[in-house]
Design a binder for this molecule. Structure first.
Ligand SMILES: NC(=O)C1=CN([C@@H]2O[C@H](COP(=O)(O)OP(=O)(O)OC[C@H]3O[C@@H](n4cnc5c(N)ncnc54)[C@H](OP(=O)(O)O)[C@@H]3O)[C@@H](O)[C@H]2O)C=CC1
Ligand SMILES: CC(C)(CO)C(=O)C(=O)O
Length: 288
């Protein structure tokens, strides 16, 4: 397939590198420094070098499939480029929610996915894989085309699954992120600490319960997921903590903020966490 990957950060660099083994891949970036680095160095992962074409986003053209790997906070700047394209297949890979409503009117065949790999960007062309997971994709616009895309992307070393109920999977991931991300960002700790400190563990349980209720999800299953993810990524720093440390906007509006905005139940703790991170975000952005 001819695939365009938009946004070569941690996730985009990883997906582009893995798909380049079997597909023609073009990466789209917004900075010429990054374009030049990838042209010179390729994408580096564990001593392997992967070569892809790299273009600036204003040069975006049609591909069989476009995979969008920008953050929720960066989606608005991207939409005009996608709106202007002839109809094609587009797969969105984001944490949180907000993007689905935003893009639903687009004249393309839309797929949504979650990335369960843990990837860290070392620099503009180099990444580290902290744990191989999987990518799950699905759609509400007909399962046939989602299954065809899944089969094309799936590979032994890069598992991609078709998920009949992708929106529940996205909600479950949102619940996990609404617990681990703000707690670790607030207390400036690696993910595993929320299970080791009994006070944090109790807060994590209460946040999970509220978030699960907001989406009418099973509380026990959600707590199991939070537990498993915190354990499997115990050494990692959450993306929210890293965003704050690097004085960038976090995805809080699309995670806890989304729950606060859409829940029919009281979500006082989620709201409190939301305000804590917004306060910290404001503080960091004012100092940068
Ligand atoms: N990292 C991880 O392990 C995981 C991340 N996720 C989710 O995946 C999504 C992406 O995360 P991640 O890769 O970590 O984020 P990054 O911040 O590492 O990458 C986002 C990239 O998008 C680029 N970008 C932003 N706007 C545009 C634009 N208009 N055109 C082209 N490129 C653009 C940014 O460029 P620039 O560098 O110039 O700003 C950056 O390289 C997020 O929703 C995240 O929550 C999900 C699971 C795991
Ligand atoms: C799963 C987790 C919490 C891993 O760090 C993540 O998705 C993030 O940091 O945004």
């Amino acid at each position: 397939m001819d695939i365009g990957v938009i946004g070569l950060g941690s996730v985009g660099l990883f997906i582009a590198s893995q798909l380049s083994k079997r597909h023609r891949v073009t990466g789209y970036v917004r900075r010429t420094e990054q374009q030049n680095e990838i042209v010179r160095q390729g994408i580096l992962l564990d001593d392997h070098k992967y070569e892809i074409d790299v273009k600036i986003i204003s040069e975006l053209k049609m591909h069989d499939l476009l995979i969008i790997c920008v953050k929720q906070t960066q989606m608005d700047s991207l939409l005009p480029y996608i709106q202007n394209l002839d109809s094609t297949h587009i797969l969105f890979i984001q944490n949180g929610l907000g993007h689905v409503e935003k893009v639903n009117g687009l004249n393309h065949v839309l797929f949504f996915g979650v990335c369960q790999h843990g990837v860290t960007k070392i620099n503009d062309y180099q990444i580290r894989l902290n744990g191989l997971g999987q990518i799950r994709i699905g759609s509400d616009q007909g399962s046939k085309s989602a299954e065809i895309i899944q089969q094309q992307l799936d590979d032994e070393s890069f598992p991609v699954y078709y998920d009949q109920d992708i929106f529940s999977t996205i909600q479950e991931k949102l619940v996990v992120n609404s617990v681990i991300n703000p707690l670790t960002a607030l207390f400036e700790i690696p993910n595993g600490e929320i299970l080791k400190n009994s006070y944090l563990k109790s807060m994590a349980k209460q946040l999970t319960s509220e978030a699960a209720k907001a989406f009418s999800l099973n509380e026990e299953r959600c707590w199991e997921l939070v537990h498993t993810v915190a354990e499997n990524t115990q050494e990692n720093y959450s993306s929210m903590l890293v965003d704050l440390q690097q004085h960038r906007l976090t995805e809080i509006d699309y995670i806890n903020g989304y729950i606060v905005k859409h829940s029919k139940h009281d979500v006082l703790l989620q709201h409190f966490m939301y305000q804590c991170i917004k306060a910290k975000e404001m503080n960091r952005l004012q100092r940068s």
